[in-house]
Design a protein around this ligand. Sequence first.
Ligand code: PMV
Length: 329
Amino acid sequence: VNREAAAIAHPNIALSKYWGKRAVPGNFPAVPSLSMTLSGLATRTRVGFGNEPGPDELRLNGERAAGEPLARVTEMLDRVRAAARITGRAKIETANDFPTASGLASSASGFAALAVAATRAAGLQWDSWRVSDLARRSSASAARSLFGGLVELPAGEFAPSEDTLLAARPVLPASALDLRVIVCVTTDAPKAHGSSNAMRKTAEKSRLYGAWLNLAPSLHESLKEAALAGDWMRVGELAEDSALAMHGCALAAGFSYFRDATMMAIETVRGLRQQGMPIFFTVDAGPHVKAFVESAHAPRAAQALNDVPGVLRTTLCAPGDGAAVVEDA
Ligand code: PMV
């Protein structure tokens, strides 16, 4: 191994949701999205390119990985090798400091860290914009983890060519956000359906898909405007609208992610808000609830959510920074 680099990246949670892809190759989202990058939880990834061609070697949380996870890693590394004109096989070591069943998708932080480490190891002098585009091709939410704070990923053009660039961009820095996220874990079971497959089936089968494609861009723009104006109550209202519309659309194609504990945690968030607490919820493609709350109220909100029957545990996260090379690794 002669070219090595390591990187760190954090998960993010979308306030305006990405659900649906353009009907062309290249993994272009059909709708814009806006997320908050989290601190605390991280993926750390080291990539080393050797001189010999051959299959890449992936270690995930200390275990040798093959099959689909390795194929997705090799797919990204092939793009990096082509751009850097190198052919050697890579050794990749990656680890999450949060458990897989933590209620947080590890694909966002995972592919963001891999994109940063691999481009650096290959000697590519790419800016964050190019690296975000690379991450997006593997997992669109990963494009957003390149940046800290509030981050936006625009929709792909209506008919992009496969090599059209599409990257996320920062909207507000982490230091400008007085928010905390309480992740309410409702099960330790692994994710029921992969999001790419669920999105494809939603586009095929959901009679609400057209309505979602019409609604999502305007929800997104209003939410971004409210965030830039510091109107967090309005952000919360729109974030809940986005999550519920996304789930309604997916439900109409047979994807029901909510469980009893999901509904009870949502009711608890609504109850706290009725008592005057600035708090709102979102739900991704799984049964866990993520509550956003002003930092001063986070301890009381976490306690109330911990007491919800069916909520196994909660994790409290602050706004975090974008992905970065770890220099002294
Ligand atoms: O980027 P993916 O394939 O992990 O899909 C993410 C989909 C949601 O988490 C449900 C929404 C989002 O915008 O993050």
